[in-house]
Design a binder for this molecule. Structure first.
Ligand code: SF4
Ligand code: SF4
Length: 82
């Protein structure tokens, strides 16, 4: 996670997450925020039909660079190629 982690707490990230409005979203009881390392990939989103993370407040606040956290893993995972 980046150094600006204190700007927003976890609860606020879940609240601000735009995933439920994304074309790739699958409604299966998940809460989004897949960009967070402790959340990671979705268990039910399998098809990448577009990603709207770039328009999310969390994305800007944490200086995120990747997309499709639901299928490819958190920012950290994608960076390190885990
Ligand atoms: S950046 Fe993407 S995964 Fe992270 S909170 Fe925003 S919409 Fe959700
Ligand atoms: S991580 Fe991106 S692709 Fe996945 S549901 Fe959220 S906005 Fe959509």
């Amino acid at each position: 996670m980046c150094a600006s982690g204190k700007k927003m707490n976890e609860k606020e990230v879940f609240q601000a997450c735009m995933c439920p409005a994304c074309p790739s979203w699958v409604n299966c009881g998940e809460q989004g925020a897949f960009c967070l390392p402790k959340v990671g990939k979705s268990k039910c989103i399998k098809a990448e039909k577009g990603c709207i993370c770039a328009g999310c407040m969390v994305y800007k606040m944490f200086g995120l660079r990747n997309t499709f956290y639901c299928t490819r893993g958190s920012e950290e995972e994608q960076k390190t190629g885990k």
